[in-house]
Design a protein around this ligand. Structure first.
Ligand SMILES: [Zn+2]
Length: 109
């Protein structure tokens, strides 16, 4: 698993819910980085996490898993989601729906 350079986050390391290290390389769309809610998450078949809004034409940028959790602590609910699964929710106050998905070219980066 790739990582990014270690950098500070606002949460305490005891509250870290994921098995992956805090500085695990992850992807977020520019919409998410601009403050839109994370409504679609892939734990892709390579083991990488992707955080998306589910809108069309999302372009992924590199962040770290810690930065994603910092944006939305509700991601803690996905910490145990296996590789090859996706999660989605209708809005930030709804709970996650998780299901496995096929590894295919139809999944946008
Ligand atoms: Zn970070």
């Amino acid at each position: 698993m790739e990582t990014v350079e270690v950098h500070p986050h606002s949460f305490s390391s005891e509250s870290w819910p994921f098995a992956d290290p805090i500085n695990t390389l992850a992807y977020a769309s520019s919409q998410v980085l601009n403050g839109r809610p994370i409504l679609l998450v892939f734990h892709d078949h390579d083991g990488e996490w992707q955080f998306l809004t589910g809108e069309d034409r999302e372009e992924c940028k590199i962040i770290c898993l810690g930065c994603a959790f910092e944006r939305d602590a509700a991601l803690a609910g996905l910490a145990a989601m296996p590789i090859g699964w996706m999660a989605y929710r209708a809005s930030m106050d709804k709970s996650w729906q998780c299901e496995p998905y096929e590894d295919s070219d139809g999944v946008e980066d």
